[in-house]
Write a protein that binds this ligand. Structure first.
Ligand code: WQD
Length: 338
């Protein structure tokens, strides 16, 4: 069975490629290297002993996309990660986000129709819920108007998929990620943001490594137990395994609807200060941080009701917050060594 992984050299993509290979799938990667390094391909081979085939081009380029599928179309499923994902950048450059994130999806799905490729797993996000009215949030919760063009591209993409599967033989599963963190236990792959990290955990590990002077904690005046925002952090390996289960579900024709969405989280919410405490415990380092003002667009608290994914998809997150923070720290130390 051959799976195309777009954005397969990225953070979540590379961890998913490793899990697909471990499950016996042949993997083809397409990545334009806009937010990763080609060395990740060597790291994947080092972990699994199998070098996936790799094609470098921009999926938002319609001609390049159709030229690729003309040659590579005996594909049993697609896992589509390739997208820009920096919330702040999307506010400054909305057209770049719509062109890339929506354009690449349309190109892929047009080729799926042309070559009768039936299954696609879509990388969605809990941002579609905004600040949920009820917590934990389940898949039936209403989507809220997106707080950023990035979040809006996830909602629009889900709508494009929903409408397309309705009129074609394509099936799709959207996995709504909560907050992916951590790294593979070999520390060969992990979250490698280019430039100043937007996300919490890479900023913590870079501060502990002395790359950043101090972590700014964006606000402790929220209506949460310790005043800092709460998120459902999930280990990237647990998240990667969910993609293998989802693509198998479609290949084995076990889906109940042609378009299904699942919340992929742990079901536990942790505050920013709890994450810092976990990091300090596992790293034995006192982290240098300062409480500052709130960050525009942050929701106060969100964590997943994972019962649908647990019972219907047959997947459950296993790794603890301490395993997440320790694996992230081990990856940072490996990076600094090299
Ligand atoms: C988590 C918490 C911050 C940095 C976004 C996207 C989501 C996904 C993950 C792509 C918040 C606080 C952070 C810092 C801080 N994106 N924080 N200081 O915003 O929940 O989710 O990234 O896949 O779709 O929406 O993640 O890690 O940026 O923030 O205090 O330097 O950490 O305020 O409460 P977020 P995050």
């Amino acid at each position: 069975m051959k799976i195309l992984v777009t954005g397969g050299l990225g953070y979540i993509g590379s961890h998913t490629v490793v899990e697909l290979q471990a499950a016996g799938f042949e993997v083809v990667i397409v990545d334009n290297l806009s937010n990763t390094h080609i060395e990740v391909l060597d790291k994947i081979e080092k972990i699994s002993g199998i070098r996936p085939s790799f094609f470098e081009f921009d999926l938002a380029d319609r001609t390049a996309c159709s030229n690729f599928f003309k040659k590579e179309n005996n594909i049993d499923g697609i896992i589509h990660f390739a997208a820009y994902k920096a919330v702040g950048e999307s506010v400054e450059k909305p057209l770049m986000y719509y062109h890339n994130n929506i354009g690449s999806l349309i190109n892929i799905m047009e080729n799926m129709e042309q070559y009768a490729i039936q299954n696609i797993v879509f990388s969605s996000s809990c941002t579609v819920y905004g600040q949920p009215d009820k917590l934990p949030v389940d898949e039936k919760a209403p989507r809220k108007p997106a707080l950023s063009p990035y979040g809006n591209t996830k909602q629009i993409a889900e709508d494009i998929i929903r409408d397309t599967v309705y009129s074609s033989a394509i099936k799709s599963i959207a996995l709504r990620y909560f907050n992916p963190v951590g790294a593979h236990h070999t520390s060969l792959i992990g979250e490698l943001p280019l430039g100043i990290p937007n996300n919490l955990l890479p900023f913590i590990t870079q501060t502990a490594a002395g790359i950043r002077k101090q972590l700014n904690v964006f606000g402790d005046d929220y209506n949460t137990p310790d005043g800092t925002p709460i998120r459902d952090y999930i280990h990237v390996v647990d998240l990667a395994k969910a993609h293998v289960v989802a693509v198998k579900r479609m290949i084995d024709n076990k889906t109940k609807l042609n378009f299904e969405t699942f919340n992929i989280g742990t079901g536990n919410g942790y505050s920013v200060l709890e994450v810092i405490k976990s990091f300090e415990k596992v790293s034995k380092i006192k982290l240098n941080y300062k409480i500052v003002g709130r960050r525009e667009g942050d929701v106060e608290q969100v964590w997943a009701d994972t019962s649908f994914a647990n019972n219907e998809l047959g997947w459950k997150a296993e790794r603890s917050l301490d395993e997440m923070t320790l694996s992230a720290w081990n990856f940072q130390k490996q990076l600094d060594k090299n």
